[in-house]
Design a protein around this ligand. Sequence first.
Ligand code: PRT
Ligand code: ZN
Length: 213
Amino acid sequence: MSEILRLAVQKSGRLSEDSLKLIKECGIEFSNGGGKLKSTASNFPVELLFLRDDDIPGYVADGVADIGIVGENVSVEKKKKVELVEKLGFSQCRLSIGVQKSYDYKDVSNLNGLKIATSYPNILSDFLFENKVRASIHEISGSVEIAPSIGLSDAVCDIVSSGSTLISNGLKEVEVVFRSEAILVSCPELSAAKTKILNDLLFRIHAVKNARN
Ligand code: PRT
Ligand code: ZN
């Protein structure tokens, strides 16, 4: 039986549309209707797995999927053993620290002693360590931006794109902790046959990227 490369993409969310668009622009045809969990391409040896973005690094590290498209923020936060194959240029955003608008913020030392709410405790703790800041991290899974206004924290560390969510919650962006975009990751141990399929796919991805620039 010939090999097939399993590619994990986000089932539904901010990465989904651009991930599928890239695959289609690579000339790969598949059907993705009806909330299916997987779909086999009709003209290229790839099978798509539709997953939550948070699960993609783990599945790729374990070899359940061979490669995946995920935000670099999620890939780095999960600390799974995956290889960065290619930056894809879409879903650009940053992980930033926000404090209340009225806070007289001068530099990173002002974060000492604060309680910071985030869904990214690993990336935040590395940033605080590198900047020699002692602050406490309060991990929450969603609606991070409202934490200061309900007295849960003094600051937030959350994904920012336009910045309007921070502003509408009375916060201002004071530090960029991490810059992110969608990336292609792979399992560190791929068979020679799968590596060949991945290289064919990468060749097409490079052509699509060049045509876009
Ligand atoms: O259901 P599933 O777990 O798969 O998805 P999810 O809800 O966890 O993730 P999703 O779909 O919201 O985001 C997927 C990825 O898109 C993120 O991990 C980032 O890599 C990337 N991305 C790009 C963003 C944004 N832009 C973004 N603006 N992820 C989230 N946001 C949110 C942010 O959390 C904040 O609430 O948008 C708000 C801020 O936007 P602005 O424009 O007001 O600053
Ligand atoms: Zn998620």
